[in-house]
Design a protein around this ligand. Structure first.
Ligand code: FAD
Ligand code: MLT
Ligand code: ZN
Length: 483
């Protein structure tokens, strides 16, 4: 802990919490929703990776928008900095305090407000856990347009605030498309009702987009309306082996062409990621045990023609086998086998965590170039670390993870800024789906121009003039003119 946070200085314009503040919050929220218990604060102060740690003395659990509004209005007038927190599964140090910021967790705001079975539009509070929404919709014959390994803990408000991508992005696209409306509370406590449920609405600036992906730096999202697709009857999953990266890439082009309308996921992991999963997660076994393979690809199709879809996928796999793109493969025979395939891919972050310290990079890079970076990093780091590549190949999103025996400035100096420079040189993005958080706030210029960042800073100033919302995150903090 600490080495990252100590690079930032506490903004001296922020006040420190006092007993009058705590009394005020107890008056608004009730005693039990104002948490000062040390164990609960410890959990809320530490991120999922155990890499970032704050020292907040207060966790607030509002139950509705009005309470969020009162909290923020008060914090703004007192210049108390705050961190909006959802499931605390973020991977860039954005969801925990850097210093003593007050933590506001939307977890108690977890009601489904409405669901329209005709349009598939779901309206719910921001604290709903993604997996609960998935189960609710399943009963209604619908699915969420996003799915990710952290679904058991992450909240829809956190998903929207990070513009999370995940495993279904290749089919359903970004939350900028699927979120039809939202309600957010601004730093001064004003409530912005943009909770529309329309597919089309071109009346002026579409301001909800400012809150999608801004990582709690412009307001607290309290309600969301989201377009959900119907659940289709035919889902098939294949777990495949490829011997080189070029084959994975060609397989993707072929899958887009030949499975186009039914393709719903195209994920990959290399043999290093597979080894980690097999070594660190209980009950996971390799579905293709007869040989060691260099790459594994998971392809999912979703459609409405049970026999037609299966035949189509089987024909595709046979052709890919004959042309040598895949060296082995297996099609899930039932739902349990399908879940076991997903467990392998979704389990990679957890396996990495169990293996020890990890340097995580979430990059958008043109698919042809993508794996070149993993290979270069292996050459740069030699035996000092395990360089692992996996991710959402169908979206051009690489998760480059470097698993090391310890967090070490020498190793870090081998990785950064090289990874960012390489990504920038190939016109990629240094954050494909995780956001910038604290980790990459100062690296924003690798992906955005000075003019763009300047405009972002002006918008931040307009919406949050005292800078109380998630300070030190997203926008660069060491260059005064931007913060
Ligand atoms: P938190 O981690 O609590 O917060 C994330 C950010 O959003 C913070 O900046 C926080 O201040 C802000 N925030 C949270 N709630 C609100 C709110 N109501 N209003 C305003 N701001 C808010 N991400 C992907 O994109 N794709 C993946 O496939 C993916 N897989 C993951 C798998 C695992 C195992 C893990 C641990 C993480 C994964 N993530 C993935 C990262 C993370 O889960 C997502 O970013 C998720 O959307 C964060 O949601 P959360 O509720 O946990 O938010
Ligand atoms: C994933 O795709 O598994 C997530 O984004 C988490 C990670 O990058 O480790
Ligand atoms: Zn991911």
């Amino acid at each position: 802990f600490g080495s990252l946070a100590t690079k930032v200085e506490r903004n001296p314009s922020f006040s420190s919490l006092n007993s009058d503040d705590v009394s005020y919050f107890k008056g608004v929220l009730g005693e039990k929703n104002v948490v000062q218990d040390e164990d609960r604060l410890e959990t809320a102060n530490i991120d999922w990776m155990h890499k970032y740690k704050g020292s907040s003395k207060l966790l607030l659990l509002p139950r509705n928008t009005e309470e969020v509004s009162k909290i923020l209005e008060y914090c703004n007038s007192r210049r108390l900095a705050v961190v909006p927190q959802g499931g605390n599964t973020g991977l860039v140090g954005g969801s925990v305090p850097v210093f003593d910021e007050v933590i506001i967790n939307a977890g108690s705001m977890n009601k489904i407000i409405a669901f329209d079975k005709v349009s598939g539009i779901l309206v719910c509070e921001a604290g709903c856990i993604l997996e609960n929404l998935i189960s609710y919709l399943d009963n209604q014959g619908f699915i969420m347009p996003l799915d990710l390994g952290a679904k058991g803990s992450c909240q829809i408000g956190g998903n929207v605030s990070t513009n999370a991508g995940g495993l279904r992005f290749v089919r359903y696209g970004s939350l900028h498309g699927n979120v039809l409306g939202l309600e957010a509370v601004m730093a001064n406590g004003d409530v912005l009702d943009m909770l529309g449920t329309l597919r089309k609405d071109n009346t002026g600036y579409d301001l909800k987009h400012l809150f999608i992906g801004s990582e709690g730096s412009l307001g607290i999202v309290t309600k969301v309306s989201i377009l959900t697709p119907p659940k289709l009857s035919s889902v098939n999953i294949a777990f495949l082996a490829c011997e080189d990266y070029l084959s994975c890439q060609k397989l993707l082009s072929e899958a887009k062409r030949k499975l186009g309308e039914i393709l719903s996921a195209f994920e990959f992991l290399d043999s290093h990621a597979m080894d980690l999963v097999l070594n660190h997660l209980e009950g996971v076994r390799n579905p293709l045990p007869s040989a060691v393979h260099n790459f594994y690809v998971l392809i999912e199709t979703t459609g409405s023609g049970v026999s037609f879809d299966k035949e189509k996928l089987e024909a595709f796999l046979l052709h890919s086998m004959e042309s040598g793109l895949i060296s082995d493969g297996v099609l899930a025979q039932d739902i349990n086998q399908a879940s076991s395939f997903w467990r392998i891919r979704e389990g990679v972050p957890e396996a990495l965590m169990r293996a020890g310290p990890v340097y995580k990079y979430d990059l958008s890079i043109p698919v042809e170039k993508m794996y070149g970076l993993v290979e270069e990093m292996r050459l740069r780091l030699g035996q000092s670390a395990n360089v692992v590549g996996y991710g959402h190949l169908g979206d051009g999103n690489l998760h480059l993870n470097i698993s090391a025996p310890r967090y070490d400035d020498t190793i870090l100096a081998q990785i950064e800024p090289y990874v960012y420079e390489w990504t920038s040189k190939h016109r990629g993005s240094i954050s494909a789906e995780h956001g910038l958080g604290l980790m990459k706030a100062n690296e924003i210029f690798y992906s955005k121009s000075h003019e763009t960042v300047q405009l972002m800073a002006s918008i931040k100033k307009l919406l949050d003039p005292n800078g109380i919302l998630n300070p030190y995150k997203v926008l660069p903090h060491s260059r005064c003119s931007y913060s």
